[in-house]
Design a binder for this molecule. Structure first.
Ligand code: ADP
Ligand code: MG
Length: 451
């Protein structure tokens, strides 16, 4: 730490002077959420030279070792705002989509509290797929051909005309489980019945987007913005289906890599020119100020890039790899997004060289039903593997023992000079961890290694 430097060493004086003068004031930060993304954000924020107290509401077993877990739910906006006010929190950082779409930012701002994330209006771009498809259509942003329905009979008639393969989506937020990629008409009819008749996603299924099936690999794009300017992160890649080889049901995400080795600078220019810039311009044109993180999910098809959806927050588990690669202070970046000073950081943001990988370990049975409260062993040994950091998701600590508490339990991340090294380290570390029924994909990043 700089403060312990020998006196008389001028290199350290400016820093000490700044502290004495109170220029580098410590800031208390509240992170809202309880997943692997929030553990990764808290882990990176903790490294800021300006961080004061770190609170995580409600947090998980991992975040409790970095700061103070606060027992307030992520949808309890008034209680969270009250807490931030009482504790004089300098910045609240919102991780998940549900509170953003529910309007947590508006509640905080109405009380004059400083918060990072898009407003309820801006978060609609994620919260309603019907809205975002219409938005893309009007802004001429490449996306699959689509139609929106709120009547099951009309939806059924439409899929019969269009034929399979076809994709059926509940328009609202549904924990990453509202999208049905249907290979034949029977599957498509079943999907419409589930969403619109049985209403398994409740009101999220009031509207249904039916769209053309697109073929090709997927990438995740992250752009941090203050509503005026933006910073584009390197591309990352998640693996959504539960099974190796991308088979089976979709999950919240089973593993990530970044950067994606086959995404060329030319492709990133197209992402910028065809998707990111036009999206921000169209948002402005519609009078929507988006401050926060815009994460478009893309398909790379033979015909070019296509936007599958927008998310209005950091990806989970993309954040776990980004935080391992990011060199710049995250607090500086998030504050710039809140304060409208992103432009000044555009050319200053720094990333570590090399690659990062994150392997998600899930409870047996996820994304369906699974057991909870199972003791987890081996996390310390996993972290002895070079370059490895374990992020908790569905965990809690009970009598000093880490136990499972959710579907996605841990994210084992590693950095390496090559993608292969990062993956080898992460998988070696996964091998040290055990809980009954644990499940993970064995092919994260495999396609990119052979690409
Ligand atoms: N038009 C499409 N063609 C092919 N696959 C799709 C299409 N739309 C979505 N998918 C698949 O379904 C997944 C989830 O869809 P997405 O629109 O991202 O919804 P969400 O993340 O909200 O569940 C995507 O990651 C992709 O694998
Ligand atoms: Mg998605």
């Amino acid at each position: 730490m700089y403060l312990k430097a020998p006196t008389g060493c001028d290199k350290y004086i400016p820093y000490i002077e700044k502290i004495t003068l109170g220029i580098i004031a410590a800031m208390d930060v509240l992170v809202v959420g309880s997943g692997g993304r929030e553990h990764a954000l808290a882990w990176k924020l903790k490294q800021s030279p300006r961080i004061g107290k770190l609170y995580i509401a409600p947090g998980n077993g991992g975040t409790s070792t970095l700061g103070e877990n606060v027992p307030i739910g992520q949808m309890e906006f008034e209680k969270l705002a009250q807490f931030a006010q009482e504790k004089k929190v300098g910045l609240t950082v919102v991780g998940p989509d549900d509170p953003l779409v529910g309007g947590i930012v508006d509640v905080f701002k109405a009380r004059g509290l400083r918060i990072w994330g898009p407003s309820r209006e801006a978060a609609q771009i994620e919260g309603s797929k019907a809205f975002s498809k219409q938005f893309m259509h009007e802004a001429k942003i490449p996306t699959a051909e689509f139609a929106v329905f709120s009547n099951a009979a009309l939806a059924l008639a439409h899929v019969r005309v269009k034929g399979a393969p076809i994709v059926i989506k509940a328009s609202g937020l549904s924990l990453g489980k509202g999208v049905y990629v249907c290979r034949d008409l029977t599957e498509a009819e079943r999907a419409i019945t589930e969403i619109m008749v049985e209403r398994v996603h409740n009101d999220a299924g009031n509207e249904v987007v039916i769209e053309e099936y697109l073929d090709g690999p997927e990438i995740s794009i992250h752009a941090l913005t203050d509503g005026y300017s933006h910073i584009l992160f390197p591309a990352s890649q998640d693996h959504k289906p539960i099974g190796d080889g991308d088979v089976g049901e979709n999950t919240g995400g089973m593993g990530t890599i970044a950067p994606v080795p086959w995404v060329t600078p030319e492709m990133m220019s197209s992402v910028e020119g065809q998707i990111v810039t036009p999206t921000f311009e169209a948002l402005k044109k519609n009078g929507i100020q988006f401050q926060g993180l815009l994460y478009p999910g893309l398909k790379v098809t033979l015909g070019g890039l296509e936007v599958l959806e927008y998310n209005a927050r950091f990806g989970d588990p993309e954040t776990q790899v980004y935080m391992r690669l990011l060199k710049t202070d995250l607090l500086d970046l998030l504050e710039a997004s809140v304060d409208g000073t992103i432009d000044a950081l555009r050319t200053k943001i720094e990333w570590h060289r090399g690659f990062a990988a994150n392997i998600v370990i899930a409870s047996g049975g996820y994304p369906g039903e699974y057991k909870k409260e199972l003791p987890i062993t081996g996390i310390e040994d996993a972290e002895k593997v070079e370059g490895v950091v374990t992020f908790h998701a569905g965990t809690k600590i009970e009598n000093g023992q880490v136990v499972t508490a959710g579907g996605r339990v841990l994210g084992v991340s590693a950095i390496g000079g090559t993608l292969k090294q990062a993956l080898d380290r992460a998988y070696e570390a996964v091998g040290e961890i055990y809980f009954e029924g644990m499940y993970f994909r064995r092919d994260i990043g495999a396609k990119s290694l052979s690409a």
